[in-house]
Design a protein around this ligand. Structure first.
Ligand code: ADP
Ligand code: MG
Length: 251
């Protein structure tokens, strides 16, 4: 009877499998996305299977319209897949209702857009504070966190400025501060340097790399081969599929 209890090798295999599973932060299995309008149906993603490791820095490249933003929006819980499974930190998020999904999104994901998406009538401070207001964080804690996030992107001195008083790079750094003010585990950035000149793009990249070095999982779309080369893994997409994968560091 005792002989039938799994020996160390079986136990070791199980432990290795569990360790591997917990290392897998986000898992997409055969995820597809269809967009239907009255005129056309677009298959933006076809059966995409992807594992993102905890703490990984992953870049996504590919021509316009190949599904990069669609993939990021699904990973960031901004949009549900049409079919397939998505596990985020062990939770099957495709089974959750909108309310629960919103809670997880707010506490887990920070999103940086190409076009900054700041609110023009709010100051830098107020823009960064906004996600904390939505989460009903008390005032004193909001103040501390906003200042910390602004320090991290080197914008403490611009707190009272409005977006139109800032350079593009400063606006995007404000947007990065807004994305990280809630301490998200996952940072999703959709062409974050797409609207910036080289120097400002460099500054934003340096901040994103710092965040990754501090433990955040980072998923970033870029058209810049030089920026993609800083990632641990680069996915190349075409027509709604991941067609190639490379590890720049190993080259
Ligand atoms: P990328 O970010 O790589 O440029 P997208 O993910 O934005 O590509 O789009 C992929 C495809 O899905 C495109 O053909 C696009 O026109 C279509 N698409 C994206 N969003 C929508 C939407 N909300 N409604 C209809 N079609 C969409
Ligand atoms: Mg896009």
């Amino acid at each position: 009877m005792l002989d039938s209890i799994p020996g160390p090798s079986a136990r070791e295999r199980l432990q290795a499998r569990l360790a591997e599973a917990s290392d897998r932060y986000a898992s997409l299995r055969k995820v597809s996305k269809l967009f239907r309008t009255s005129l056309v149906e677009t298959a933006a993603l076809h059966d995409v299977t992807l594992d993102i490791r905890r703490g990984e820095f992953l870049a996504v490249m590919g021509p316009s319209g190949c599904g990069k933003s669609t993939l990021l929006n699904i990973v960031a819980l901004l949009d549900p897949p049409t079919s397939g499974a998505y596990l985020l930190d062990g939770t099957d998020v495709t089974r959750l209702d909108e309310l629960r999904l919103g809670d997880i999104r707010k506490s887990t994901v920070g999103f940086v857009f190409q076009s900054f998406n700041l609110i023009d009538t709010l100051t830098v401070y107020q823009n960064v504070e906004l996600p904390l207001l939505y989460r009903s964080v008390p005032r004193a804690e909001r103040c501390a966190r906003v200042r910390q996030a602004l320090t991290r992107v080197n914008l403490e001195a611009r707190m009272e400025h409005f977006p139109n008083q800032l350079s593009g790079g400063q606006q995007q750094r404000t947007a990065v501060a807004r994305a990280i003010v809630g301490n998200p585990k996952l940072i999703v950035a959709d062409e974050p340097t797409g609207n910036l000149d080289t120097r400002n793009g460099e500054e934003v990249m340096a901040i994103l790399q710092d965040l990754h070095a501090a433990g955040s999982t980072l998923l970033m779309v870029t058209h810049s081969a030089a920026h993609a080369a800083r990632a641990e893994r680069v996915l190349h997409m075409l027509d709604g599929r991941i067609v190639r994968e490379e590890s720049p560091a190993a080259r």
